[in-house]
Design a protein around this ligand. Structure first.
Ligand SMILES: [Zn+2]
Length: 343
């Protein structure tokens, strides 16, 4: 008889180990805001989690459980949760939780009773981590290049800059060197970005040429070495500083050699794919990327690029660049590549 009892206890013990636990209940606490999964059994539940910052999508997978309740997703939609979906993987159950802006996503497990808790309180980790400086070229008394149909470089540059700002500001701190039609000197632009500790500086311009057939898109980064062509463009953009009373040659080179090389490398990493994808999406000529001594990039303590969005003196280019729909495409592409550079 004793033998049978031992066997019976052994069986019970094995069952309690191997039987799947189940999610008994899913509930939402209000204060503090927490999503709680109550789990049966005595084994501490294991879970995996992943967070997609851009889409604010939290994935929580609870291992070795069955669903012992119905997921009534509408019950959870409110201040912190936008949407919740479930996938039953057979042995594991996964939840896709789309969070509202500002909600935290700290996931942990608790024992006695067994629970998985998603703390939705705003945490430091949901703070914006990176700062992007967007520099709309020229402005105010300095119109920049004036092109076909009297389009002004300063206006198109500002319009695209604002569109990039609105696309990035939900997940980046965005610093605008100007957001209105005002004059700002070249050295002041990098100073603004440095003061705000920007992680990337993006200057927007439109090219100009005496040859009205010159067209296409190109991106420049700061380099002490440069080609005669890039030198010419840099001299042209720098000349606006001199024209409006700034001695661009007197701007101190503040970057150390190590930082200089690192920043140049990072600038190239972002410039190359950006120029290819931008020109492709707008059906414009890809003129390539170049390093040159640009006054506006020189003073910034980090990676920076100067985008010549196209030729304002070319009819085809400026017709494209002046259209709102195309400016949206440009801003989408620029914001997308900037985001991809950091995440
Ligand atoms: Zn310019």
């Amino acid at each position: 008889m004793k033998k049978y009892i031992t066997f019976f206890l052994f069986l019970l013990f094995s069952l309690s180990i191997f039987a799947n636990s189940s999610i008994k209940n899913i509930r939402l606490n209000n204060n503090p805001p927490q999503l709680v999964f109550d789990i049966s059994g005595s084994i501490k539940p294991k879970f995996n989690t992943n967070y997609d910052e851009y889409n604010r999508l939290l994935f929580v997978e609870i291992e070795k459980v069955k669903m012992g309740t119905k997921l009534n997703s509408s019950k959870f939609i409110g201040k912190n949760i936008e949407k919740i979906d479930m996938i039953d993987y057979g042995s594991n159950i996964g939840f896709f939780i789309k969070l509202k802006k500002g909600s935290g996503h700290k996931v942990y497990s608790l024992s006695n009773p067994q629970r998985i808790v998603v703390d939705l309180r705003a945490t430091n980790s949901s703070k914006k981590e990176f700062t992007i400086a967007i520099d709309a070229g020229h402005g105010g008394k300095d119109p920049g290049a004036i092109g076909f149909n009297k389009y002004k470089e300063k206006d198109i540059a500002l319009s695209v800059a604002k569109k990039i700002q609105s696309r990035l500001s939900k997940d980046f701190n965005v610093v605008m060197t100007r957001s209105t039609d005002t004059f700002i000197s070249l050295s002041q632009r990098s100073k603004i970005a440095n003061q705000k500790k920007a992680d990337l500086f993006v200057s927007l311009h439109l090219n100009a040429s005496n040859n009205s057939s010159a067209q296409g898109m190109e991106i420049f980064y700061f380099s002490k070495k440069s080609s005669p062509y890039a030198e010419k463009i840099a001299a042209y953009e720098n000349s606006f500083g001199e024209k409006y009373g700034e001695k661009t040659t007197s701007i101190a080179q503040i970057m150390g050699e190590l930082a200089y090389n690192k920043n140049m490398e990072k600038s190239i990493t972002i410039a190359r794919p950006l120029n290819t994808s931008l020109s492709k999406r707008l059906g414009m000529r890809d003129r390539g990327i170049y390093g040159a001594n640009f006054a506006v990039l020189r003073g910034f303590n980090g990676p920076g690029i100067l985008v010549e969005l196209g030729f304002i003196t070319n009819k085809a280019d400026v017709t494209k660049l002046s259209k709102d729909a195309n400016q949206n495409v440009m801003a989408d592409e620029l914001a997308g590549k900037i985001r991809g550079f950091f995440y």
